[in-house]
Design a protein around this ligand. Sequence first.
Ligand code: MIC
Ligand code: SF4
Length: 639
Amino acid sequence: MGLTQCYKILSDHLVSGKLECGESISIKMDQSLTQDATGTMAYLEFEALGINKVKNELAVSYVDHNTVQVGFENADDHEYLRTIADKIGAVYSRAGNGICHQVHLERFALPGKTLIGSDSHTPTAGGIGSFAVGAGGLDVALAMAGVPFSIIAPKVIEIRLKGKLRPFVSAKDVILKVLEHFGTKGNVNTVFEYTGEGVDTLSVPERATITNMGAECGVTTSLFPSDENTREFLKAQGREEGFIPLSADPDATYDGLFEIDLSLLEPLAACPHSPGNISKVTELEGMKINQVLIGSCTNSSYTDLKKAAAILSGHTVHPTVSLGVAPGSREVMMMIAEDGTLETLIKSGARILESACGFCIGNHQSPGTDAVSLRTSNRNFYARSGTASANLYLVSPETAAASAITGVFTDPRKSDADLTEVRMPSSFIVDDSMFIYPSGKDDVKRGPNIGEPPKGTILPSIFKGHAVIKVGEKITTDHIMPAGARLKYRSNIPRYAEFVFESVDPSFSKRASEYRDKGESGFIIAGASYGQGSSREHAAICPMYLGIKAVVAISIERIHQANLANFGILPLIFRNEEDYQKINEGDELELLNPYSSLESGEFVLFDNTKGIEIPLHLFATDEQKKMLKAGGRLMEVKL
Ligand code: MIC
Ligand code: SF4
């Protein structure tokens, strides 16, 4: 029986376990990446593991998230990251070099390799044929220490593409179509594999737009084959020697099929407040808009910006709209500076922003009250932009540019621009001078904001506490642990913990710590798809710091589940979904017989306030059960 591309890479990297769908396996991770917002904690954890040198093939530390630098904290973090990378043997990508996923695709990602990154959009590299997964910082630290990464051998869904995109319809519309079909919940332990003749019509950066936003569906990763377009891209990057052809066997069998005829697609948009809330642009046309932002790891490639510039050329941004453009990397910035695209953008009135995450993570460019903001990024979660009342729509660069001119949601097919001139270049301007290669020098600099990673406490034998909060479905890690203005506290857990659930219930942190100080074990009660979105392990570390010992939910997303287990918080699932309704915030709860329940994986929750028992299932592998007993992986791991 033929193999899928996914299982070919997995079998090449298998370290332990049976390579069969649903089994727990561990795989060798060839490459790793970190970014600064998750990276400081990842390297502190690496140090806490007592390891001196990186052991995987390539570890790259990017600085791209916290580059606004209000106050000393971020600059101190960057210094720590530069000096620890130098010591342990990681390549350091300086601020200004660009967004980790864009830069990694350009300079390091290779077909057939595995990549783990402390960022949920690491699957961007699936566009070049890498098996690339997002994970919490601790899992990345362990991978850098040479420890194999554990995953559940996934289901593989074939997404078969046929036809060719029409002008003004783009890769973003393909992934929005995928999101419309699969939604943002219920796709755990799944890989999307793209096949079909339509694949040949897409360049590597276009493919990377698609694999990037697979993260929004919650899949483990997404993969494109490695073919002649891959070779051309690598050649244009001066890296052709890394090319290998790779695809599924013709007789590979899949666990599902979704077909898309590219030639029938039309411009789409993800409406507030979920990337899975899809409408046609034609249905939104005419809506007044206030802000347009082009950039992020989804849509900031050279051809993305060329297309936007072609549409904007000869026009001025509408007087009531602010347009910002953030090229994805220094390479892209140099390319558009050289060929006049930058001038076109500036002439149109675009505000040229740093090659960094910036607006996407709510670091700056917060829209006005009740504003409508069109963005080419991948997440429009509630309050992520920094303005809770704003409405964010996720669109293609073409839709963004066309709308920036008119001041209303506009179908880009109405533009008179000629996009046929926009082609992939045969060579990119390659300049690696913003990478610092490690020297091995031990001169690690730690500013006052950089603390120790907190350790957990062992599983209590009497597990009693309160339902400290009850939340609904699709609670994202942005709800749990806000970024934006709070991002600078990533290296300072006690301070950052003050903002847990800030946009949902600002009194949570105080209440949780009061219960903790009385010696209680706190509970979070949640609906379906708890912990969607980012890989930020702070969404587990900070609740742990506040005394949370269990999350009881209808379902929990993959990366967040792993982060909870890594930090000793029990991920528990309702046996009967309806029981979610029975618990109220503030109820007194007790998990009966925690130790024997941990072994069996079956828990009984006693709601003392209601006088009822609720059966729960532990969502954890055997390996995770050991960490949960110990109070987290840092308490348990011995290398
Ligand atoms: C995001 O897009 O939400 C982030 C910011 O890149 C996160 C990582 C983080 O919170 O630092 C992610 O996607 O994992
Ligand atoms: Fe950065 Fe946004 Fe991409 Fe996250 S999604 S890595 S914040 S650009």
